[in-house]
Design a protein around this ligand. Sequence first.
Ligand code: CA
Length: 245
Amino acid sequence: MSTVKATAKAQILIVEDEPEIAELIEFHAERAGMRARTIHSGRLALEVMRREKPDLIVLDLMLPDVDGLEICRRLKQSEDTRSIPIVMVTAKGEEADIVAGIELGAEDYVTKPFSPRVLMARLRNVLRRHGPVEDVPERADRLVLLGGKLVVDLDRHEVLVDGRKAELTLTEFGILHYLASRPGFVRTRDQIIAAVHGKSTVLSSRTVDVHVTALRRKLESLADCIETVRGVGYRFADTADDGQE
Ligand code: CA
C-alpha cells in the first residue's frame, strides 16, 4: 500500500444541513491539512460537486431537500463524478441506508454522534486508497497483509497464516480474497454474495455469516482481521496499514 500523503491539501466538500456538525467536520478537516467547504443544501451540492470535483465528499444522508442516497446515486451514475469517494454521515439505526449507500458505491460512513478522530481516520484512509491509479495493482494476485502474517495467493489458491498453509474452502477463500483486496472498506453481504457467487455454492445472507465464522476459525490468531460491521456487513481490518492513531 502506498504511503503517499494524498491528504495534503485534499479538497473536501461537506454536505450537511446542521451548522454545528458541519463546523465540527470543517474544523477538524482543516486541522488535518485538508481544505474543507460546506454546502448546506443537497440540491446546491450536486451542482457544486459537478463543477468543482472535490477529492472527497462527506455526505449527510438526512438533508431537508434532496435525499442523501439520491445524491449518492446521481454522483455514482455520472461518468465525471463517479470516481469521487463518498463518506456518508448517518444517524444511529439507519443501517438500511448505510447498506443502500455502500451498494450504490459510497466508500465508507460514520454514525452520529461520531468522534472527529474516527472520522478523520476514515477520510485519510479513503483519500489514501483513492490516490494515483498506478498505486492500485491491476490484479491483486498476491496479497501480503497484516505485516506479512497473512498471505492470500490467488494464482496458487493458497492462504498462509503466519507462514502455515490454511485449508480454506472455495467460498471461504473467495470471501477472504474479496474483503482483503480492499482493506478498510465495508462490504455488505449482498456484495460478498455477488463477488463470490458462481465460484462455489449458492450463498444467502445467512450462509455468508456461517462461512465467515468458519473462515475466522481457520485464520486462528488473525481472526480479528475480519471485522463484523453490525447491521451492514464485513470489512477487512489491516491494522498494520490502518493509519489509525
Ligand atoms: Ca441532516
